[in-house]
Design a protein around this ligand. Sequence first.
Ligand SMILES: [Zn+2]
Length: 195
Amino acid sequence: MYLVTDSGVVMFDTPWDTTQFQPLLDSIKLKNNKSVILCIATHFHSDRTAGLEYYSQQGIKTYTTILTDEISKKNNKKRAKFLISKDTFFNVGQYSFETYYPGQAHTVDNIVIWFKKQKILYGGCLIKSADDDDLGYLGDANTAEYASTIKNVEKRCTQPKFIIVGHGDWTNTNSLKHTLKMAQQLKKKMIANSL
Ligand SMILES: [Zn+2]
């Protein structure tokens, strides 16, 4: 997702495919006649962070949380130039939005972006599409806490009009409830297996 403001474009997460880094900047510029000035990656996986170093080199202010940066460093992922230590409000041009860390789920460091005024939730990989059959890659996940983390998102980001998910279709806002249901089922299964 990207946000076009009076002062430039904000990009949320980066492409994974290195051959897409520059073409994405070019097509944003062509369509909007504005350059990307800021980029925030929402967790350490490469489908969010791969472009951070390249975009820093292009003069774009790149951001992650300190936690994401620590994990990225450990896992040899690309890292941002600027770090945020807590939930942060960004004011860019005529828009404002906040980063929110709801707890561990898809990864220990996953954050969401909330446009309170517009009621737009950018969920990243934490929120699955309404037609997804499972929670996707759980290799770095906290399956025990996933459901309560999703509840935190519901509490903080009330009645979103749009929910942008990490992969797949975003038009169906049932995605958040659907993700919660899958997380609750997974937790039940885990408890049953441990008995
Ligand atoms: Zn991920």
